[in-house]
Design a protein around this ligand. Structure first.
Ligand SMILES: [Cu+2]
Length: 310
């Protein structure tokens, strides 16, 4: 039945956008593979479920098409009179049960692996604030906050139209990136200091809620050096959309160098950017507002005024 083969081909085509990088690309159809063990697990689980769905779709639509074609009225078909068929019912119960069991087994092992932070080589504490992230390299005396980069912030409040040429990473860059070594099991402990945020870098394969008073765990072993971007994924207030995440994964030697330079910079005096955050988070918000305040009011005016003027 060539028509069914073609249908299968069409279904397969949409699922076969295999070549992926960490960043999404135009017309990308499938999810990305990411750069960690966990992201690859997620991708594999997704592909298995997808292909099983494709198989089910092909079988069901083939049976339907065959029934419609072979038992059409013009060939003298008459309506069936039976109401149920025990054999058919047993078959269409047992097959889905087997499929679900077959899918749940690998899914469960992958889920367990997500929470297995044992044998991690380093720990980064991530704290969500309205509206920035704080990163602490536990045991290393290195800590800093990471905020939307100044240029994006200026642009968004100026009312000028952002273009890819002027700022290719508009609203995606931060002032201080989270530098991590590759091929290292990094444990994250994730919390928040005001409201619920969620730390999400798709290339790492998970998102984890940052909840005040609760410490959530996650881990990542980044396998390729690169820049991996993410966002806060829990609506956390007016600037929820303006607290991006940038992870820069570098070779181990480069990471050690970077860490040493951070320690050296911190050694004479506590880092000015990081110091106020842990002790007095209440001060962070007004400080953030301070810089925002003047342009924010300026920004509110042009927006409603723009349609009237135009
Ligand atoms: Cu947030």
């Amino acid at each position: 039945m060539p028509r069914y083969g073609m249908g299968l081909g069409m279904l397969g085509l949409s699922a076969s956008a295999f070549a992926q990088s960490a960043d999404p690309v135009e017309w990308q159809l499938n999810m990305g593979r990411g750069v960690t063990t966990l992201s690859k697990h997620a991708y594999d689980a997704h592909m298995m479920a997808l292909w099983i769905c494709v198989g089910i779709g092909v079988v069901v639509f083939a049976a339907m098409a065959y029934a419609i074609f072979a038992f059409r009225k013009s060939k003298g078909a008459v309506a069936a009179t039976f109401t149920h068929n025990t054999t058919a019912e047993v078959i269409w119960t047992i097959i889905p049960v087997l499929l679900l069991i077959g899918m749940s087994w690998p899914a469960t092992t992958k889920l367990i692996a997500m929470y297995d932070t044992r044998d991690s080589e380093m720990t980064v504490k991530v704290t969500g604030y309205q509206w920035m992230w704080k990163y602490e390299y536990l045991g290393e005396d290195v800590a800093f906050t990471s905020r939307l980069d100044r240029e994006s912030d200026r642009m968004r409040q100026s009312g000028e139209r952002p273009t890819v040429e002027a700022n290719p990473h508009y609203l995606l860059d931060v002032d201080n990136v989270l530098v991590l070594p590759v091929d290292t099991k990094v444990r994250f402990v994730i919390t928040a200091d005001d409201v619920i945020h969620s730390w999400w870098v798709p290339a790492l394969g998970w998102k984890q809620d940052a909840i005040p008073g609760i410490v959530n765990e996650a881990w990542a072993d980044i396998q390729e050096p690169g820049i991996y971007r993410g966002q806060c994924a829990e609506l956390c207030g007016k600037d929820h959309g303006f607290m991006p995440i940038v992870v820069k994964a570098v070779p181990k030697a480069e990471y050690r160098q970077w860490l040493a330079s951070q320690k050296a910079a911190n050694a004479p005096a506590p880092a000015p950017a990081a110091a106020p955050a842990p002790t007095a988070p209440a001060e962070v918000a007004p400080a953030a507002e301070e810089t925002d305040a003047a342009p924010a009011t300026a920004r509110l005016d042009p927006q409603p005024a723009a349609p009237a003027a135009g």
